[in-house]
Ligand binder design. Structure first.
Ligand code: GLP
Length: 261
């Protein structure tokens, strides 16, 4: 796992945007795995700026989002489809029909989940999967104790996640209790993964993900199995890491030093 610690979420997001922009430039028909939540907002803003000011071209890009709430139509302002349109898709030159988000209103969820996996395969697999990290260590909506080899499926949201995400729904009652999410196995199939975690609330999850044992109780720890996983932290989220100086040393002395320039 490549661990990069930046001063602030802002500098972390700028680096993440550089990494994604580089994938888009090198492979104009790349397949991007995208995430929602507060964490990637600045990264999306930077991608929009790169599109507007530097002509970053998304016209041949395909995207697959990690997850969606069950029961929320695309017209609901808390649906992840809405989020992506609002914060990225409507501001760049992506072809909307190449943007995929699981359909939380599908008549048959099992069929939808299987078809989502198939659509990823048909697109040639995901080149780079962006991830956030839940306070309880979840990735996508893969909550603690879910199988580390799971595929896209319906997941029950944990109490912690309901608490963390219910404010925007007004009340806990209005928040969906289920979500469709790429499985951990699906995420690990991406050719590269890029996880962002910022702020003091993520300290414990970050610690377990990077330095704890590989365990279903912290789904993020599954990234330890990935041959090309990059984790970008800020000083706050990295505060609990035992080997922070080691990661800084590696980052500073990278042989392949041009990679993130
Ligand atoms: C949400 C999403 C995740 C996200 C995580 C962290 O519930 N399903 O994909 O990474 O929780 O959210 P935030 O970035 O707002 O802290």
């Amino acid at each position: 796992m490549e661990v990069i610690i930046r001063d602030t979420p802002e500098t972390g997001c700028l680096l993440a945007a550089k990494i994604i922009a580089r994938v888009v430039r090198e492979k104009p028909d790349a397949v991007l795995g995208l995430a929602t939540g507060r964490t990637p907002l600045m990264l999306y803003r930077e991608l929009i700026r790169l599109h507007r000011e530097e002509g970053l071209d998304f016209s041949r890009i395909t995207t697959f989002n990690l997850d969606e709430y069950v029961g929320l139509p695309a017209t609901h302002d808390q649906s992840y489809r809405w989020f992506m349109r609002e914060h990225l898709f409507q501001h760049i030159n992506i072809d909307q029909k190449n943007t995929h988000v699981p359909d939380g209103t599908a008549a048959d969820m099992h069929v939808e989940c299987r078809s989502y996996e198939q659509r990823i395969l048909d697109a040639g697999g995901i080149d780079i999967q962006l991830l956030g990290l839940g306070r309880n260590g979840h990735i996508g909506f893969n909550e603690p104790t879910g199988s580390l080899r799971s595929r896209t499926w319906i997941k029950i949201l944990s109490e912690q996640t309901l608490q963390d995400n219910s404010a925007v729904f007004g009340s806990l009652e209005e928040m969906p209790k289920h979500a469709l999410t790429m499985g951990i196995g699906t995420i690990l199939d991406a050719r590269r993964v890029l996880l962002l975690a910022f702020g003091p609330a993520k300290v414990r999850a970050v610690e377990h993900m990077i330095e704890g044992p590989l365990a279903a109780i912290c789904p993020g720890s599954a990234l330890q199995l990935h041959p090309r996983a990059t984790v970008i932290l800020d000083e706050n989220s990295a505060a609990g890491l035992r080997y922070a100086d080691h990661y800084r040393w590696i980052d500073k002395n990278k042989f392949d030093w041009q990679r993130h320039k």
